[in-house]
Design a protein around this ligand. Sequence first.
Ligand code: F0G
Length: 459
Amino acid sequence: MKTIKQSWAEPYKIKMVELLKMTTEAQRKKAMKEAGYNTFLLRSEDVYIDLLTDSGTSAMSDRQWAGMMLGDEAYAGSRNFYHLEEVVREVYGYKYLIPTHQGRGAENILSKILIKKGDIIPGNMYFTTTRLHQELAGGKFEDVIIDEAHDPENEFPFKGNIDLYKLEKLIKKHGAKKIPYVSMATSVNMAGGQPISMKNLKELRSLTKKHGILVIHDMTRVAENAYFIQQKEKGYAGKTIKAIVKEICSLTDGATMSAKKDALVNIGGFLAVNDWNIYEEARNMVVVYEGLHTYGGLAGRDMEAMAIGIGESVCDDHIRARIGQVIYLGEKMMEYEVPIVKPIGGHGIFVDAKKFLPHIPQENYPAQTLAAEMYLDSGVRTMERGVVSAGRKANGENYFPKLELVRFTIPRRVYTQAHMDVIAESAARVYERRRSIKGLQMIYEPKYLRFFQAKFEKL
Ligand code: F0G
């Protein structure tokens, strides 16, 4: 007899729906041309299934919406701030909380406090805004992720791991005094949402402790990372996501958070630290860039929704369904032989554009091209994560990253399994006609984070 599969399913039902506009091919052609072949410049109403990002695009629960009504919109000392502080302490274990309008607000403040000109910041692969704030503060980012992370085909389960040998070499070369902290991300975004293992984190902790270097945690997708530890790391199968999340945080000194991802809100973030002195400086600096330290650029209602969202984000049933959906899409794409980054990560499917469009050189932006073609085919909006996102070095030269990817990012609790089928089928159709696809040239390039606003033309 055939063994019966144990399927995941959503631990919620749908109470309200948002109607979508279905577009014709002619409409999409016009919209894509006007957007300069940059999916960031499309109008959202022209998009059918929006996989641009999982950031701020998730669906809040009825409990979160109810929480919005409990917003205490006082300028100072809002009740919701204290609730959020309590939740951050309980769920993540960090002592001091500074709310910010989103993740990069926290990155700005932290970089300004900890980085001096000429400092080196090692990390497990760069993230666009994180690295830019480190550079603007006078530091230089050095990638110390394991080599496996740069190989889309390598199936190592913890491709977010730090290569401790690379890190030690950097410490030897520059001296620990030049390294204020290691910038450690859980669920490494640019590598394809790849997790770091607890074992690697513990080893990182003991190495950095020896040298008096801090570990700062980009905890944007920490619950998703915890799921992979639970599923794949020895000794964690019986632990809850909540326990694993807390253990991860306990191995770090502080964190920046974009609550627009894991924490299930449309806006918000924070900086959380254990050291009083760093907290004191951050509390002082936040009033310059964000707002008073008890709201940091957020409304009281936003902080309430975040506090409730954090609680929901570390529930085992939630995360199993969340990542279950991502894996469902990835496996469907593999059935159609679409080349994707393996293993499948936590927040989306990353298509290998170099393999998908091998006839387009990196100078003609294969991932940017493929993202545009996906939209033209079905109105599915995806995002380039390759040479355009990587930008230029301080000396003006382009970074040419090994990974040239298109990210199909899945918002949490938003789309159905049928949507996943439509997406995979569209990717398969584009793959079928891949040889007829031509590359792009850039006709407008902004100075910072160019991928957001650059414009292109078909070759
Ligand atoms: N760190 C990581 C790992 C992120 O993915 C992001 C944002 C940030 C920091 C910055 O946070 O947007 O709230 O200021 N990632 C979004 C994305 C933009 O689409 O991946 P933010």
